[in-house]
Design a binder for this molecule. Structure first.
Ligand SMILES: NC(=O)c1ccc[n+]([C@@H]2O[C@H](COP(=O)([O-])OP(=O)(O)OC[C@H]3O[C@@H](n4cnc5c(N)ncnc54)[C@H](OP(=O)(O)O)[C@@H]3O)[C@@H](O)[C@H]2O)c1
Length: 356
């Protein structure tokens, strides 16, 4: 998610980008491509790193290449990797940066900035809703609310996450594959995660198709894992997650039984190296994540259709619009639209980010 350009006056000498975690940084790639960067300006979307991590410090490479000026956009929040701007200044390089404000940096590269301050994965909730705030018709009928362009964008988004997660109601209704099948093929496809408290996922579920690559991860309640794993064999990885004490919360979510503890579920994903999760619904899981302040971003596609009062609400604790969510005025307090809405065909994508 970092790009760099080496330029002299109006001429671009070389460009580079950070292709993968652990791979060479954008600045090093651009400098390696530039035949002669002496006296040139290096532009980078992130402050050049000042430490030996998986790769050598970019600041050293910049100084050795004889770059005269560095312009960078976002400050590096890392306790070890940050401070490259000051280091370069103290070694005689003219430095302009950081530019812009931290809110904009986080909006452009949210998982990276989230990782600097949190030990749980970055969580984005994606929903496609009708104009009247419904995500599926009444009665569990399966329809596409959004058009092809919006669906292609969802596949592109999926490709950028470490995991894609859905609630029980969603896999029961939609039987999804949860694979990215869009314009971007990620080197490491996202881990597919399904909530399955009662261990009910049928053996013929599409997500279990062995041709889809890495088996999905099923999160189930304590005591369920061994029978579920025995039933599905190697087609799934099963992990137990403690139950939340949601029936004791105020106000209660009217669920007749405790639910999976979503904070613990995210910790289980973090232990598997997952740094970002795209939750693709449904409405109950979305409401739970938002209510528990476990979501950081909302991708909300609005389709120009109406589904009516009986349809499945975008946010509710029990799937019925009348139940709603507890204290709705508080749930999105402090969230804001840092990115402009985008049109995908007839649909509009609104992106909201949680501040702090
Ligand atoms: N338009 C869209 O973007 C979109 C996206 C996804 C889904 N959908 C539609 O939405 C509908 C499904 O949504 P839904 O709201 O009924 O179900 P959901 O959010 O997919 O799943 C909710 C279920 O997940 C389980 N769960 C376990 N722990 C939970 C927790 N901590 N919080 C919340 N749920 C937890 C619960 O089942 P247990 O009680 O069995 O544990 C709960 O009833 C379907 O009709 C689907 O087609 C639309």
């Amino acid at each position: 998610m970092v790009g760099a350009v080496v330029a002299r006056d109006d001429e671009i000498l070389a460009e580079g980008w950070h292709e993968e975690f652990g791979g060479p940084h954008a600045e090093a790639v651009a400098l390696a491509k530039a035949a002669d960067a002496r006296g040139a300006t290096l532009y980078s979307s992130l402050e050049p790193c000042a430490h030996q991590g998986k790769t050598p410090p970019c600041t050293e490479a910049i100084r050795k290449a004889g770059v005269a000026r560095v312009v960078y956009w976002a400050a590096d929040p890392g306790p070890d990797s940050g401070g490259g701007g000051a280091w370069l200044r103290s070694h005689g390089v003219q430095v302009d940066g950081p530019c812009g404000d931290p809110g904009t940096w986080a909006a452009e590269n949210p998982a990276f900035f989230h990782a600097a301050t949190s030990d749980r994965p970055f969580v984005a909730v994606k929903l496609a809703a009708s104009l009247d705030g419904r995500i599926a018709p009444a009665g569990g009928r399966r329809v596409w609310l959004t058009g092809e362009e919006a669906r292609r964008e969802v596949h592109r988004l999926r490709a950028g996450f470490g995991a894609v997660m859905v609630g029980t109601g969603t896999w029961k209704a939609d039987d999804p594959h949860l694979t990215p099948r869009g314009p971007v093929s990620p080197r490491t496809p996202p881990l597919r995660v399904l909530l399955d408290r009662q261990g009910e996922l049928p053996a013929e579920a599409r997500a279990l198709d062995g041709r889809l690559g890495r088996p999905p991860l099923l999160l189930t309640a304590p005591g369920q894992a061994s029978s579920l794993q025995a039933r599905l064999g190697e087609r799934a990885e099963v992990v137990e997650v403690p139950l939340a004490r949601s029936h004791q919360t105020t106000p209660p979510d009217r669920s007749p039984h405790p639910r999976l503890d979503l904070g613990a579920a995210l910790q289980a994903l973090a232990r598997r190296g997952v740094d970002s999760v795209l939750c693709e619904g449904g409405g109950r899981l979305a409401a739970s994540l938002l209510s528990a302040r476990l979501a950081d971003r909302l991708y909300y596609f609005v389709a120009p259709v109406l589904l009516g009062a009986d349809a499945v609400p975008a946010f509710s604790l029990n799937g019925r619009a009348s139940a709603g969510v507890p204290d709705p005025s508080r749930i999105l307090r402090g969230w804001s639209a840092r990115l402009a809405p985008t049109r995908f065909g007839a649909d509009t994508l609104i992106v909201l980010d949680r501040e702090g």
